[in-house]
Design a protein around this ligand. Structure first.
Ligand code: AHM
Ligand code: MG
Length: 356
């Protein structure tokens, strides 16, 4: 008989990897897993919205319908609040970070940054969406946690993960000792270990990018796209283009099959579109732990200075050799130097440039 290992059992087992752990991180991960199941239930009902009532209206049970991203945000915050291990939640849905108050959280040591429902433009069309989370240990030792606790480099993450609400629902996470994936078995309502010790192939044949922005890409990226499309039997080119428009789904597929996901700078997004704290950093931590690579073309994502909660970054992430190839072409055709370098830095830091 095949023995099933649930997420809860796995987390407790892995606690022994951290000799002085008191179980707080384990409880935090468990809380996130619970919220993910609730969000999953609502995502699965999304197509019924028109029957049961649109966002902002009452459904037939007299409940007020909320937009799913708002709903997901509330679920994760409330799970973290009642769990008591988290002192600050920083979310894509909130302009400012949120202090978790209350007796149960008074000794909480962890900061959670979260994108509760990424790829939300895909909900209406029944395409996979995801949740991305990142966990830091608080740095300050007294009083209320502060912005200094939130703005830590990606290298300081103690755990990160994502949930993909797709043809099946999966939770994938790392605590810095490899990556493990769990598939939700709806019949028992548990995430079960289905993808132990996930590894991304060093080479791949899939590239994922919104090619509609081509004219605005830096020359290094344009050269890379041409490289992907040229015929070469030895390197299995031309590669296959696959772009869902949900970062979690695109990166998850590439992690399993081998591939690269690119979101470079564009005219409307001079520093890239995606957010460093709750999108790029957690996904980069996971991909690196799976043996892959993540950069902004010049610098490792996890080493980037973090100065703003909603700071943006461009990102090239996935199979190691594919990412190295883009870096090589960026260096050759779009080098950052002199004034460019200063300007790019200011854009990265959100001092100049922006996106609607
Ligand atoms: P969101 O956080 O508003 O959902 O935006 C993030 C999403 C990513 O999941 C995806 O990779 C990207 O935006 C797609 O952007 P685009 O439509 O510009 O290709
Ligand atoms: Mg997002």
């Amino acid at each position: 008989m095949q023995v099933v290992k649930t997420l809860g059992q796995f987390i407790i087992e892995k606690q022994n990897d951290f000799p002085y752990a008191k179980g707080e991180l384990s409880r935090l991960l468990r809380d996130i897993g619970i919220a993910a199941k609730i969000v999953n239930r609502e995502v699965n009902k999304a197509g019924l919205m028109d029957i049961l009532g649109d966002a902002g209206t009452m459904n037939i049970q007299g409940e007020c319908q909320k937009k799913l991203d708002v709903y997901a945000n509330e679920q994760f915050i409330s799970a973290l609040q009642s769990g008591g291990e988290c002192c600050i939640v920083a979310s894509e849905e909130n302009d400012e970070f949120i202090h978790i108050e209350g007796e149960v959280s008074k000794n909480a040591k962890y900061i959670v940054a979260i994108d509760p429902l990424d790829g939300s433009s895909n909900i209406d069309v029944n395409v996979a969406v995801g949740t991305i989370f990142s966990i830091y240990r608080r740095k300050t030792t007294e009083g209320k946690a502060t912005i200094e606790d939130v703005l830590q480099r990606g290298t300081e993450q103690v755990a990160a993960g994502y949930v993909i609400y797709g043809s099946s629902t999966m939770l994938v996470y790392t605590t810095g000792k490899g990556v493990n994936g769990f598939t939700l078995d709806p019949s028992i309502g548990e995430f079960c270990l289905s993808h132990p010790e996930m590894k991304i192939p060093a080479d791949g044949t899939i590239y994922s990018i919104n090619e509609g922005n081509y004219v605005h890409f830096p020359d290094g990226v344009k050269k890379y796209l041409k490289y992907c499309q040229v015929e070469d039997v030895d390197t299995k080119r031309p590669y296959t283009s696959r772009y869902i428009g949900s970062m979690v789904a695109d990166i998850h597929r590439n992690m399993i099959k081998g591939g690269i996901f690119l979101y470079p700078t564009t005219a409307s997004a001079p520093s890239g579109k995606l957010r460093l704290v709750y999108e790029c950093n957690p996904m980069s931590f996971i991909i690196e732990q799976a043996g892959g690579r993540a950069t902004d073309g010049f610098e490792r994502i996890l080493d980037k200075e973090v100065v703003g909660l909603h700071q943006r970054s461009c990102i090239f992430i996935g199979s190691e050799n594919m990412v190295r190839k883009v870096e090589e072409l960026m260096k050759e055709f779009s080098p950052r130097q002199g004034a460019d370098k200063v300007e790019a830095k200011l854009e990265d830091l959100g001092v100049i440039g922006g996106i609607d």
